[in-house]
Design a protein around this ligand. Structure first.
Ligand code: ME8
Length: 655
């Protein structure tokens, strides 16, 4: 491996339950970094896995009437399935029950025993099984775990155990943290670590009386090794420590270790680096803790039943929007990294997710592609044109696109995912505005503007190509779908990060594919009325079961006419409605309200010929009178207006 390497880890999760959105947030963030680094040409080692030798896992197994081994063997495939469905591209999935890991743990234990860093003594103190953490007598005030995230009852333990001489490492740790300002992040959590160490480190108990589950102490099977001592070493097992010297030398130290704040101070910033110092192994380059998610304002907890499964949520989003499940997963990945500043706590709410789905994905990103590509198909047979002269506005877009890749890379290297996405959305916003300003649907009407139209279409679609690369670490399926519609020959998987910033990657002459909305909007009203909507659907299904025919006389009652749209404007306060005046060959034009604002801008409609149901009873829609209805095809949740094949005088009957 001569290529530069990048080793990134997630915590290894307890297998007492399947993953929830909290676990998913760390894994998704790590996956985004792994994908980004691969795009930059790194040889990435991305590891996740499961922490299986824990008393709480044994308890969960018992509660399920299974042996611990049966239980973990049953649940691990479920973890992997969730990660695959979430598009997590881990390279290694480590299980702490693997033989190779046991060997590493035994050898590390023996090494520290031999060097005097591990010794035997009597342990008297508290143990929290939920957090798998030892606490001193004075740390527990009310019989409950002092960790504010936990607060479960603790147990008093008096056992002869092995201890790790953590107290000997306080000064060395403080010195290391000071000399390596990038080692711990974010900054405010680093300060918590420094205070914790300065308050005085005590030697820590690293074995338990044999529970019958766990890695036995070498030469003393009456004891099993404490789950945290065992679990932290997984990061070395994955890198080949004590198994393959060459591989280990290339991969270690880890470049980035991610987790949430719950296991940052005591474990990953204190015990872990001290263990490495004791073993004479270099420390990881960066250990970073993000915040905690609550769900709809509440702590995530199995007993409250709010530990949302990310896959179930994706299925719900897919059902509500009509989007593919992979796209719904992408939306969740996006939300996790966009909604809060990475590092801080955040609240996960389904309405927040739907809000972002509609605003950022369906509107901003979706519009950029789904408004431009149909125009390309209407005016240029779907073929990418050679751009005409570059206008001042187009040049501004080019400048923005060519500088954004580097800006996003800088943010990603600093784990500022929200800023990275905001920078990409600035490009999307600018390109959407450019479309509005240039109004290609108007340019198309004038042959003299052909070159100008080519510039507009090319500029926007080339921007879309760049955006597809930039969003691909976050939303790999959406990026693929965009890439596919653009008709680019080489697969997205072969693209490099720098391709996002080099203008001109989209080759004139490329035949694009049929436009298909990737993020269909979620109808929030329908969601609010979900049970009613369900009933409605069932009734529709029943009606569908019995074929119902219309007599010709019935059909003749519908008066269909060709109309020409004269004016179009948005209905204030209704984001889906447009108020149109339509010439249907009568003395006065008709006012028609149509729910097509998501798919058509008012400008685009003026002058368009449409088919109008002319004898529909007048109705008030949001207080605005509507006399007639436009016919449209419903394709993948998008309305496409029906229009005559040739110019027809307004008022012509449709039969
Ligand atoms: O602690 N918000 O495993 P674990 C954000 N096995 N992230 C959350 C979260 C929340 N509400 N809840 C959990 C363990 N997480 C040990 C780790 S590593 C050597 C051993 C995520 O299953 C977050 O990454 O309790 C947190 O650090 C981790 O899950 C804890 O997972």
């Amino acid at each position: 491996m001569s290529q530069k390497t990048f080793y990134i880890t997630t915590p290894i999760y307890y297998v007492n339950d399947v993953p929830h959105v909290g676990n998913a947030s760390t894994t998704v963030a790590s996956d985004v970094v792994a994908r980004f680094k691969r795009l930059q040409g790194y040889n990435v080692l991305f590891a996740t896995g499961t922490d299986e030798n824990a008393p709480k896992v044994a308890e969960a197994a018992e509660a399920n009437g299974m042996s611990p081994q049966e239980f973990v063997d049953d649940i691990v495939p479920k973890f992997k399935e969730v990660w695959h469905k979430m598009h997590i591209t881990y390279d290694v999935f480590i299980r702490t029950t693997e033989a190779r890991h046991k060997k590493v743990v035994e050898a590390a234990f023996q090494k520290l025993l031999d060097s005097g860093d591990i010794y035997k003594d009597v342990y008297k103190g508290w143990y929290c099984i939920s957090d798998e953490t030892f606490f001193r007598e004075g740390e527990v005030k009310d019989g409950r775990c002092p960790n504010p995230e936990c607060r479960k009852p603790v147990r008093w333990i008096e056992e002869e155990n092995y201890f790790f001489r953590l107290s000997a490492y306080g000064d060395r740790l403080l010195k290391y943290i000071e000399e390596h300002p990038d080692f711990l992040g974010p900054e405010f959590r680093k300060n918590e670590v420094v205070s914790f160490i300065k308050a005085g480190l005590r030697d820590t108990c690293i074995t338990r009386d044999a529970y019958g589950w766990g890695i036995p102490v070498p030469g003393d099977p009456s004891q099993v090794i404490y789950v945290w001592f065992d679990a932290l070493l997984n990061y070395l097992t994955v890198a080949g420590y004590l198994q393959n010297e060459d591989e280990f030398a290339q991969i270690w130290p880890a470049d980035l270790q991610l987790m949430a704040k719950d296991i940052f101070v005591r474990f990953h910033s204190t015990l872990w680096p001290a263990m490495l110092m004791g073993l004479g192994v270099e420390l990881p380059k960066k250990v970073f803790a993000h915040g905690f998610w609550t769900i709809e304002g509440e702590k995530i907890s199995k007993s409250k039943g709010n530990a949302i499964s990310p896959i179930k949520l994706a299925e719900e989003i897919a059902a509500m929007s009509g989007a593919d499940i992979d796209i719904a997963v992408d939306a969740i990945r996006y939300f996790i990294l966009r909604e809060v500043t990475f590092g801080l706590d955040g609240d996960f709410s389904v309405s927040g997710l739907i809000g972002r789905f509609n605003a950022d994905l369906a509107n901003d990103l979706g519009n950029l592609l789904n408004r431009t590509l149909p125009l390309l198909h209407n005016y240029r047979e779907g073929i990418i044109p050679t751009p005409g002269p570059v206008s001042h506005d187009a040049q501004e877009i080019i400048n923005l696109v060519t500088s954004t890749g580097a800006e996003v890379a800088e943010y990603l290297d600093k784990l500022q995912f929200g800023d990275a996405l905001a920078a990409i959305w600035t490009v999307i916003g600018r390109a959407n505005k450019y479309m509005e300003d240039q109004a290609p649907w108007k340019l198309a009407k004038d042959e003299a503007c052909a070159a100008e139209l080519n510039t507009v279409l090319y500029t926007v679609l080339e921007t879309v190509r760049s955006v597809a690369i930039l969003i691909s670490p976050f939303m790999p399926s959406a990026a693929e779908a965009i890439w596919e519609q653009l008709g680019i020959d080489s697969p997205l998987t072969e693209a490099k990060w720098e391709d996002a910033g080099s203008w001109g990657g989209l080759l004139p002459g490329t035949q694009t594919h049929a436009p298909r909305p990737i993020f269909p909007r979620i109808d929030t009203k329908r969601r609010a009325e979900a049970p009613a909507a369900e009933k409605e659907k069932k009734m529709e299904q029943k009606a569908e079961e019995a074929p119902q025919y219309l007599t010709f006389d019935d059909f003749k009652k519908t008066e269909l006419k060709v109309g020409k749209i004269l004016t179009a404007e948005r209905v204030p306060g209704a984001d889906k409605l447009l108020k149109l005046t339509v010439d249907v060959g009568e003395e006065e034009p008709r006012q028609v309200v149509a729910g097509i604002a998501q798919w058509y801008s008012p400008d685009e409609l003026v002058g368009k010929q449409v088919v109008v149901v002319a004898n529909l009873a007048p109705a008030k829609i949001r207080g605005v009178e509507s006399r007639g209805m436009l016919l449209a095809a419903d394709t993948e949740g998008r309305a496409v207006l029906l229009t005559p094949d040739a110019d027809v005088a307004p008022g012509a009957e449709v039969r």
